[in-house]
Every structure is written in structure tokens, then in C-alpha cells.
Design a protein around this ligand. Structure first.
Ligand SMILES: *[C@@H]1O[C@H](CO)[C@@H](O)[C@H](O)[C@H]1NC(C)=O
Ligand SMILES: *[C@@H]1O[C@H](CO)[C@@H](O)[C@H](O)[C@H]1NC(C)=O
Ligand SMILES: *[C@@H]1O[C@H](CO)[C@@H](O)[C@H](O)[C@H]1NC(C)=O
Ligand SMILES: *[C@@H]1O[C@H](CO)[C@@H](O)[C@H](O)[C@H]1NC(C)=O
Length: 299
């Protein structure tokens, strides 16, 4: 956390002396207007079994689906240190605002180790995607200044953005500034723990083979209890859950988790999670031996 704040200060200090380009000034303006929140992927919150007040439950008779306010997807969990690597490939979706909602909406897809039962650290990497139908400006951009990680995906009337990131919770998300994504790109995300306090986060554009990677060291200790493929409603630090986008569907293919004894495990038998907010189930997660699919089923 301290390192994150320090880096932020260094970036802000740099910003004072650099002459900003018009693109950077635009980002600054948006960040000021939006209050400049940091994005953070957080441990899963509030897991519970099917809410009793849900009349129609997408998962009737699927005993292993649980509900969370922020995580949807599949988790392999063990009570001893087990997982050292996890990978998955997905296509960056085209997010929309939920029906009759407006303003910026967000979601993020990632792979990670811990955060489910072990909530003190998470090693993770993925891609945020956002839609801003009213073009009022996104949150969270000051943190990445002077890099502009989000790229415009469509015309100014309906702006879509996506950005690849890495995080070792409890630090914030950091964006990879030297790779950018758009809807329809195929992304492979992998994290590997080389120890409980260090490892790598790697994002590859499967279409071009372009790869970016971040190496962590001296981080808060992982438990290596959980390996997961997740679509999350991430947190605006100091504010709460970001407005959640209708992300359509994210399918993780080639989902593989590697154990400390070197064996590879797929998602069959994983615990499934769906996002429920205000009594409404917003996602429908399913798995088979070669994929994890999270579908948006909210308004
Ligand atoms: C959830 O997904 C499963 C598997 O694809 C499907 O059979 C089911 O109809 C879906 N339920 C809803 C509510 O979308
Ligand atoms: C769930 O299982 C019960 C008992 O087997 C059955 O009566 C019920 O119709 C099932 N519900 C669905 C949605 O399949
Ligand atoms: C889970 O932990 C147990 C030890 O408690 C171990 O025997 C088992 O192999 C682990 N599961 C996997 C998938 O490695
Ligand atoms: C990924 O590759 C596709 C196809 O060549 C390209 O259109 C896209 O911009 C690339 N994205 C990144 C992040 O390099």
C-alpha cells in the first residue's frame, strides 16, 4: 500500500514538471471531474448460499453455487498451500450499461491466486472493461498518470475502453501501460507464484503474441489456498463497488491451475460463484472440463 502511494506521488510529481499532451490534459480533466479514484480488485465479499427471497434461481439444484456481491466465476480451494499458477484465455467483451442505467459502468475479468478463503493477499492479472454511454468521464485515471491505459474503443457517442492490469492485494490495480486492448481481442492471463511473497503476472495478446509481464517480490504472503477465474465488480477505493456493466459474456478457455507438485487441474468440480446485488442475481456461471463461462443475466 505504501509502495502504491509512493509510486502515485512520484507519478504526480512527474506530472507537475512534464508538459502534458492534449491527450494527457484530457485524462487529467476526466480524473479531476470524476474525483480520480483508484481501482482495486478486492477479496470476494459476502459469500452466501442462494438468497431465500429469490423466486427464480438460475442455479436451482446446483449445489455448489454461492453468491457474492463482487465475484462471479469458478474457484478451486484447498485448506493447505496448493496452487502456484493459474491461466485462462478470454475474449475482451463489449460492455453495455444495464437497462435504464447511464454513466460509466465497469467490469473486470482476471485469474488469480487467493482472495476466496485466504483474504490477506491476492496475486492476480486481468483486463478491465468500461462503457460510458454519456461520455461523462471515467473514474480512476489519475492513478495511472502519465500513462493512459484505457483506449477508446468506439466513437465519442458511446465510449468503450479496456485496459490490462496486475495487482498484489492489498495494493491497488496497476495498469500495463505498454499494451492496450479492444473488444474482440483474445487475451491470455497467467499468474505464477514463485514463492509465497513473489511471482509474475503475464498478459498476452493471443492474436499477435505480444506479451507484457510484471514481476513481484517482497509482497504480503499468499496462502496458495485458492485458484480462480473471475469476473468482478471491482472497487473504487474509498467509494465502494463500481457501477457494474452488462458485460455480456466472458468465457475462460484453457483454464488450468497448477499445484505445487506440478499437476494441472481444470475447473470441473470448482465452487461456482455468482454476483448478487440488492437481491438480484446478475450473473450465471457454468463450467465444463475446458471452460468457465460467466454470463450477465441482470437488467
Ligand atoms: C445458466 O447457464 C446454464 C448453462 O449454460 C443454462 O442452462 C441456464 O439456462 C442459464 N440460466 C440462466 C438464468 O441464464
Ligand atoms: C430441483 O430438485 C427438486 C427435487 O429433486 C425438484 O422437485 C425440482 O423440480 C428441481 N428444480 C429444478 C429447477 O430443476
Ligand atoms: C489439497 O490438500 C491436500 C492436503 O490437505 C492434498 O492431499 C491434496 O492433494 C490437495 N489438492 C490438490 C488438488 O493438490
Ligand atoms: C491484438 O492483436 C489484434 C490483432 O492483430 C490487434 O488488432 C490488437 O490491437 C492487439 N491488441 C494488443 C493489445 O496488442
Amino acid at each position: 500500500m505504501f509502495a502504491a502511494m509512493l509510486l502515485c506521488q512520484v507519478l504526480l510529481a512527474t506530472a507537475v514538471f512534464a508538459i502534458p499532451t492534449s491527450k494527457e490534459r484530457f485524462a487529467q480533466r476526466l480524473a479531476r471531474r470524476a474525483g480520480g479514484f483508484n481501482h482495486q480488485s478486492t477479496p470476494r465479499q459476502g459469500v452466501e448460499s442462494a438468497p431465500v427471497d429469490l423466486e427464480v434461481n438460475a442455479h436451482d439444484n446446483v449445489s455448489n453455487t454461492l453468491y457474492s456481491t463482487n465475484w462471479a466465476g469458478a474457484v478451486l480451494s484447498n485448506s493447505t498451500a496448493t496452487w502456484t499458477s493459474i491461466t485462462g484465455t478470454f475474449v475482451v467483451p463489449t460492455p453495455k450499461e444495464p437497462d435504464s442505467a447511464s454513466g460509466p459502468h465497469y467490469a473486470t475479468a482476471w485469474v488469480g491466486i487467493d482472495g476466496y478463503t485466504c483474504q490477506t493477499a491476492i496475486l492476480q492479472t486481468g483486463v478491465d472493461f468500461a462503457v460510458d454511454g454519456d461520455n461523462v468521464g471515467y473514474y480512476g485515471e489519475h492513478h495511472d498518470y502519465p500513462a493512459i491505459p484505457f483506449v477508446h474503443l468506439q466513437g465519442a457517442d458511446r465510449i468503450l475502453r479496456a485496459a490490462a492490469w496486475y495487482e498484489w492485494f492489498p495494493a491497488y490495480q496497476y495498469y500495463f501501460s505498454d499494451i492496450s486492448f479492444k473488444a474482440g481481442d483474445t487475451v491470455e492471463a497467467t499468474v505464477t507464484a514463485t514463492s509465497k511473497t513473489g511471482g509474475t503476472a503475464t498478459i498476452t495478446n493471443k492474436s499477435t503474441g505480444q506479451t507484457v509481464s510484471h514481476t513481484f517480490s517482497n509482497q504480503p504472503s499468499l496462502c496458495e489456498y485458492d485458484a480462480e477465474w473471475i469476473v468482478e465488480d471491482f472497487t473504487e477505493v474509498g467509494v465502494g463497488l463500481a457501477p457494474f456493466a452488462n458485460f455480456g459474456k466472458v468465457t475462460f478457455t484453457g483454464p488450468t491451475a497448477t499445484t505445487n507438485s506440478g499437476s494441472s487441474v481444470g475447473p470441473l468440480g470448482a465452487t461456482l460463484l455468482d454476483i448478487e446485488q440488492n437481491g438480484q442475481v446478475l450473473t450465471n456461471t457454468s463450467v465444463d472440463s475446458s471452460s468457465v463461462t460467466v454470463q450477465y443475466i441482470g437488467p
